[in-house]
Design a protein. Structure first.
Length: 239
């Protein structure tokens, strides 16, 4: 995941990030308009995209929408500080994370590394000699080795964040998983009471998986604590 594409019209910022990320082991390319950004993003030459929301012409949201039609490449969006709506919209559209401008380049590296660790975890599991672990709960089957999810036998397309979030909830199915644990293990950072990222990712999971299964709410919100993936009576009997 060391080949990074930055899509941002701020050329000075792009040059600064190139200078900073290079010594950190990243190969960085930058483009400054939406059309070229989409072309480069879909060319398959990069492992990670840093995408500014406020692009001239076609917005960063539209770039993300186009990329997500055919690619699950990790995307971190840059938003204006205080623009909570932009952050939520980006996450709902499939961004893996966001960072508000202005930011410390160290924080950008930390966010990229956190997303890298999620991808590397799946890779490490694949390389183990033991057969990939499969988790089945209700109508869902999650293959931890292949990092795939099926609902009723049909594949469900998830981002890396959504996959790790679902895996954590399924492993603890029937039990509450605290928000702080989800944020720490899935997003790779500490819990900020004003950061609703994990809640937006849960909402996205609900939309993709269906809000209910066998008449029960699939992922329950336990107010003030966290989330619980519901078990049916038959699931309980097989645990």
């Amino acid at each position: 995941m060391n080949r990074i594409l930055i899509i941002d019209d701020d050329e000075e910022l792009c040059d600064l990030l190139k200078d900073y990320l290079g010594p950190e082991g990243f190969h960085v390319d930058a483009v400054h308009d939406s059309t070229k950004g989409i072309e480069r993003a879909l060319a398959g030459a990069h492992d990670f995209i840093v995408l500014d929301v406020m692009l001239p012409g076609v917005s960063g949201f539209e770039v993300l929408r186009t990329v997500r039609k055919s690619s699950n490449i990790p995307v971190l969006m840059l938003t204006a500080r205080g623009e909570d709506v932009d952050r939520i919209v980006g996450l709902e559209m499939g961004a893996d994370d966001y960072l508000a401008k202005p930011f410390n380049p160290r924080e950008l590296v930390a966010r990229i590394r956190a997303i890298q660790r999620r991808g590397d975890t799946g890779k490490d599991v694949k390389e183990q000699a033991a057969p990939p672990e499969r988790i089945s709960v209700g109508d869902l089957e999650l293959d931890a080795g292949a990092r795939t999810v099926r609902r009723g036998g049909e594949p469900v397309d998830l981002t890396a964040v959504e996959f790790d979030l679902l895996e954590m909830l399924l492993r603890a199915a029937g039990h509450v998983v605290p928000r702080k644990d989800l944020v720490a293990k899935v997003l790779g950072r500490g819990l900020d009471p004003f950061d609703r990222s994990i809640d937006v990712h849960v909402s996205s999971l609900r939309k993709k998986l269906g809000h209910s299964v066998k008449g029960m709410e699939r992922i329950k919100t336990i107010r003030g604590v966290g989330y619980l993936y519901a078990l049916s009576v038959s699931d309980e009997e097989h645990k």
